[in-house]
Design a protein around this ligand. Structure first.
Ligand SMILES: *Cc1c(COP(=O)(O)O)cnc(C)c1O
Length: 405
């Protein structure tokens, strides 16, 4: 019977999509540590250290900072379910899959949702948010995606945060793809609540969603007239387990917390600034290389994410065939477009562990090879030399990896 179910042997892929990204071997090793009880003193120490390290990475002093048991979407539901009560007015930015999801979640929780939309691949302008805040009678929350992984847009948020507060609303962001890749300044930008994940910029497998709630958000949670709609994601209950009371709420995923612990140690060892610089350097080289071979970048210029580049699929090319060839011939995963961008773009992630010079050169070479074989006119070798020039322009010699590699 058992021979029908062979031992697991998944391929060791080079993950250059929108997540999950490759996991550091040190993180895999940490996951092999013994499972202890969720109230074991050794695990309590891990919990406390994770909270401290998350505060460093989120750049916050927020006491209520912990990983929700679940993927990034669980963090989204935690933020929304705790901040929203029936009939609350919520302004959400919608310019991609994840903003759409945010609005959907707010609506399901009973909010009156004011959607502020932009074309997929462009930023939302602060003036649009201000118009929605004016139209709302009593806006309670503004929520927006910082790094829209479906379009490659790096949404500026400081001005939107200021507007939200000026109109008396709280401000929450989706930092699922931004944390660990680009600056996320929770305290400096006056962000009241934020959620992220483990499998994109942080370098651990999927399974936890770090969240942080500031004093205004906690005050609003304490003053709720009705209980949080979700029992599992009720911060007032979870706080009693992650805080000094250590009351059982649910069994923490022990092994995933080991993974997050080690991944955060690696982030802090590298240093956030160094890590942001590494992401910028590799993205600049990849984007220069892609243009060098004649491809066009899809996201609005000036607002392109370093950790996730979107490329327009050239006319006459079947984008799915390109991805299949990348996987078969080069062992590389990238992603296609979603929703209105399906068939129109590729999404190439250089995030966390994956943001490396060798990966930039590999994916450019592989794309050149495959697109060339499909009849796309390419001047051979242009991509790699353009990428090299981009590294040199950033003060990095040929073959010299950006710091952190
Ligand atoms: C991946 C992603 C999510 C969802 O996270 P899951 O871990 O897949 O649940 C939410 N928002 C953004 C911007 C993402 O990229």
């Amino acid at each position: 019977m058992a021979d029908q179910f062979p031992e697991l042997k998944p391929a060791a892929r080079i993950l250059l999509g929108p997540g999950p990204s490759n996991v550091h071997p040190r993180v895999m090793k940490a996951m092999a540590s013994p499972v202890v009880g969720h109230l074991d003193p050794d695990f309590v120490k891990v919990m406390e250290d994770i909270k401290r390290m998350l505060r460093i990475v989120f750049r916050t002093e927020n006491e209520i900072t912990f990983p929700v048991s679940g993927t990034g979407s669980a963090g989204m539901e935690t933020v929304m379910a705790n901040l929203i009560e029936d009939g609350d007015e919520v302004v959400t930015g919608v310019h991609g899959v994840f903003g759409t999801r945010l609005a959907e979640s707010a609506g399901r929780l009973g909010a009156r949702v004011h959607k502020v939309e932009a074309d997929w691949g462009r930023v939302i302008e602060p003036a649009q948010i201000e118009a929605a805040l004016k139209a709302a009678k009593n806006p309670k929350l503004v929520a927006i995606v910082h790094a829209e992984t479906s379009t490659g847009i790096h949404q500026p948020i400081e001005e939107i945060s200021e507007l939200a507060h000026r109109y008396g609303a709280m401000f929450a962001i989706d930092a699922v793809t931004s944390l660990g890749c680009v600056p996320v300044e929770i305290d400096q930008w006056k962000i009241d609540a934020c959620y992220s994940c483990t499998q994109k910029g942080i370098g651990a497998p999927p399974g936890l969603s770090p969240v942080t709630f500031g004093p205004r958000a906690m005050e609003s949670i304490r003053k709720r007239k009705t209980k949080c709609r979700s029992w599992y994601f009720d911060v007032a209950l979870i706080e009693q387990y992650w805080g000094p009371d250590r009351l059982y709420h649910h069994t923490a995923p022990i092994t995933m917390n080991y993974a997050l612990y080690e991944a955060l140690r690696i982030v802090i060892e590298e240093g956030l600034e160094t890590r942001w610089r590494r992401h910028r350097a590799n993205a600049a080289a990849f984007q220069a290389g892609a243009r060098g071979m004649g491809l066009e970048l899809a996201a609005q210029e000036g607002y392109r994410l370093p950790q996730l580049s979107t490329i327009a699929v050239p006319a006459g090319i079947d984008e799915m065939k390109v991805r299949a060839a990348l996987l078969r011939l080069f062992n590389i995963e990238i992603a296609g477009g979603l929703g209105p961008l399906k068939g129109k773009i590729w999404r190439v992630g250089l995030m966390g562990e994956g943001s490396r010079r060798e990966n930039v050169m590999l994916i450019l070479n592989a794309l050149e090879e495959i697109l060339g074989s499909m009849g796309f006119e390419i001047a051979r070798g242009r991509a790699l030399s353009a990428a090299d020039r981009a590294y040199i322009a950033q003060g990095l010699g040929v073959g010299e990896p950006p710091s952190g590699d």
